[in-house]
Design a protein around this ligand. Sequence first.
Ligand code: APR
Ligand code: PHB
Length: 389
Amino acid sequence: MRTQVAIIGGGPSGLLLGQLLHRAGIDTVVLERRSRDYVLSRIRAGVLETGLVDLMHEAGVGARMDREGFIHDGTLIAKGDEQFRIDFERLTGRHVMVYGQTEVTRDLYEARDAAGAPTLHDCRGVKPHDLDTAAPFITFLRDGAVHRLDCDFVAGCDGYHGPCRQEIPTEVRREDEKTYPFGWLGVLSETPPVSDELIYANSARGFALCSMRNATLSRYYIQCDLSDSPDDWTDDMFWDELKRRIPAEAAERLETGPSIEKSIAPLRSFVCEPMRWGRLFLCGDAAHIVPPTGAKGLNTAASDVHYLSNALKRFYHDRDDEGLERYSETALARIWKTERFSWWFSSLMHRYPDQSAFDLRIQQAELAFLRDNEAAQRAMAESYVGLPY
Ligand code: APR
Ligand code: PHB
């Protein structure tokens, strides 16, 4: 087999890249370890920055998002029973789109199928070779046989646990990481959202988030101990704790119901540099991770895809490799600003086990400053709706 760009990973990064390249007449093959059903079973945040909304339209997959997505002009920040609103539209002239990542992935798969672009599922032992040459190739196992895919470039879109990052020699690769001393216990319920907009809540008992997927499907999170397991939390325990952490007026109107999904995710900040090694280019979670506060994982993957797809188009259409040469530097400049925002928002909204009385007063002062200062609100809103690409 041969293609121009081999894409390892059939998540949002790989699929969005594949679709943008296909529309530019550049051939790709996606090699995905899991089945399609497995990929589409993942529950992930669905808050799309304006940049990603634009990319979905550029990729020709924006129709269902426009029909079924929810435009949010702001978000609510709560501290105990007090809450205030960050008005994205007034502060930035922009908004976000609430549309599940699963739906983004589904739309991209359907578009790829319709284009007849090859996506190979259930690929095992995917291994890039000769990345430091002009003729890289990939070997992988599938249907009991070893296969080889020759290509010009390899896009490492294989997520945090994928193999591509490891292809960058350790003496070249720098990894910066921060882990957080708590997790997020998330519940999906077939109940109407408690609020038209998201509520991020800082309470004495810890963080909580009220989100949604649509008018009849809600997504809620509470900060939990890293030692917790979903089985430690019955639905009633979860709802009772959520009600203790969100403003009383929201707790009173909260409609509860059986959880149809319940899981715990650890929080991590992580960046791998560089994002390129020879003909390998890393995209999305393969190169960086953010804590979910502010829903920047998918959106940062999207900005990588924007930069890499344009660089590859410039190479193939104009035989100009400057975009490829500058990809890592360009992508990392925006990635670190988003890492900062996600770290800041997490620091603002969570209770840390080692927080001193002074730390707590500073956190409360930061919240009060955000509540009272329009410049602080604009700075937050600019990051939340998405920094420019
Ligand atoms: N071979 C082939 N595919 C692989 C391999 C491998 N060895 N390892 C991992 N993969 C696949 C995974 O099965 C997954 O489908 O790569 C894909 C990576 O997808 P994601 O982890 O979703 O990462 P990305 O596409 O960058 O999307 C980032 O996903 O994890 C969320 O919060 C994150 O919202 C962000 C988004
Ligand atoms: C979600 O809906 O899953 C979600 C929304 C916003 C976040 C994180 C997760 O910051």
